[in-house]
Design a protein around this ligand. Structure first.
Ligand code: HEM
Length: 129
């Protein structure tokens, strides 16, 4: 692929491909299918809003992403290897489908969000104990 990520249809393709892999994954799939019991179509639409906000400066996503993952962590612990797996699937999927500065940004933003979620979920769940 020689196209950069540049519009919502690209994001939809990236997210649909990524979450298909995530839902089927032995390590992190169960968080979606057993713990949160997420409907795949809903998740893809919500994540499109999230990434459009992060990458294209749109004002579509207003929810508390940290709290969502802290709640999840309270039900089943999110461990460093889960974040590594999530990121590895994300980077592989971006690299397969897109190339360019925005695709690079997506990987960088994912990595920093993963770091923040990881630190905050552990902090929040310790504070709440
Ligand atoms: C260990 C890695 C991760 C796992 C297992 C995971 C799992 C999940 C699950 C199960 C949900 C649905 C929660 C619910 O509806 O109750 C969710 C929501 C979400 N995740 Fe993650 N996640 C991970 C990392 C990330 C990262 C790194 C990002 C951002 C780059 C991210 C972005 C989101 C967003 C935007 C939502 C929607 C939250 C909302 O309902 O508004 N996740 N995640």
């Amino acid at each position: 692929m020689t196209t950069d990520l540049s519009d919502r249809s690209h994001l939809d393709k990236l997210i649909a491909t990524f979450y298909k892999r995530v839902f089927a994954d032995d390590q992190i799939g169960p968080f979606f299918t057993q713990v949160a019991r997420v409907a795949p179509e809903m998740h893809v639409a919500l994540l499109g809003d999230f990434w459009e906000t992060v990458l294209f400066g749109k004002n579509l996503y207003h929810r508390n992403i940290i709290q969502k993952h802290a709640d999840l962590h309270g039900k089943r612990p999110l461990e460093p290897h889960h974040f590594e797996r999530w990121l590895s699937l994300f980077v592989t999927t971006v690299d397969e489908l897109f190339v360019g500065p925005v695709a690079e940004q997506a990987k960088i933003r994912a990595q920093s969000m993963a770091m923040v979620i990881q630190v905050k979920t552990h902090t929040l769940s310790t504070t709440n104990r």
